[in-house]
Design a protein around this ligand. Structure first.
Ligand SMILES: O=C(CO)[C@@H](O)[C@@H](O)COP(=O)(O)O
Length: 230
């Protein structure tokens, strides 16, 4: 993909997170990768969204070597890089501090599949990461944040549950494209809000059956998806 197109698409994804109310002030960041060239474009650090242009997007390789030196990349760059390196099919990553997903992350509360709203987009529980060790916080905080997300997905397909709640921090969400990552970030917030309210009135609420989860997830995703077909 042409670099200018990647930067423009990444800018649009960042602005979409604000438009959808998932991000306030300068919180959050979105990035996208062109797998062919191995180049990533990510939001610059601390630039107000209202002033942001495509030229502010920082381009770097998978080792974080910047290809442009004009702006500092998002302070969460190393987390994005760890996820791109570990999760092959991921084409875009979004970090927000959206209210309900962040509440669940702060409460260290995984989001179980309480209903079909969840199952339409997430095939199972949205995990919470382990806490970082004091050593990780001191010496490699941002990269370790990526590592604990990867750890939480051991033996699972990250594209089937395209989100993780980082304990005491907030959600990281991804997708195969920037559009799907934005959509997943919106749905995650909705699902977290519904889970919070469901658990408030019914603290012992349990997941819907595996059959129902499969039925809802698989009709929209994977090789047997029938959604939109006659
Ligand atoms: O996680 C946080 C803050 O807790 C970040 O989302 C936030 O500061 C955004 O930083 P950047 O502007 O991307 O460097």
């Amino acid at each position: 993909m042409n670099l200018d197109t990647l930067k423009a698409n990444v800018l649009n994804a960042n602005l979409a997170t604000v438009r959808h109310g998932l991000v306030k002030a300068t919180f959050g960041n979105a990035s996208g990768i062109d797998r062919e060239s191995g180049l990533i474009a990510i939001k610059p650090s601390g630039v107000p969204y209202e002033d942001m242009t495509a030229d502010h997007m920082v381009v770097c390789d998978l080792d974080g070597r910047s290809q442009t030196n004009l702006y500092r990349p998002s302070s969460d760059l190393e987390t994005h890089l760890a996820l791109y390196r570990a999760f092959d099919g991921v084409g875009a990553i979004i970090h927000t501090h959206s209210t309900f997903a962040t509440i669940m992350a702060q409460a260290r509360h995984p989001i179980i599949s309480l209903g079909t709203t969840h199952a339409d987009y997430f095939h199972g529980t949205i995990p919470v990461t382990r806490n970082l060790t004091p050593e990780e916080i001191k010496s490699r905080y941002v990269a370790a944040t990526g590592d604990v997300i990867v750890e939480a997905f051991e033996g699972r397909d990250p594209l089937e549950v395209p989100a993780a709640l980082v304990a005491g921090h907030g959600p990281f969400v991804w997708g195969d494209t920037l559009e799907s990552a934005v959509l997943n970030a919106m749905i995650l917030e909705e699902v977290a809000k519904m889970a919070w309210h469901t658990l408030t009135i019914s603290p012992s609420a349990s997941p819907i059956s595996q059959d129902l989860q499969d039925r809802h997830y698989l009709r929209k995703h994977g090789e047997n998806a029938t959604y939109g077909q006659n």
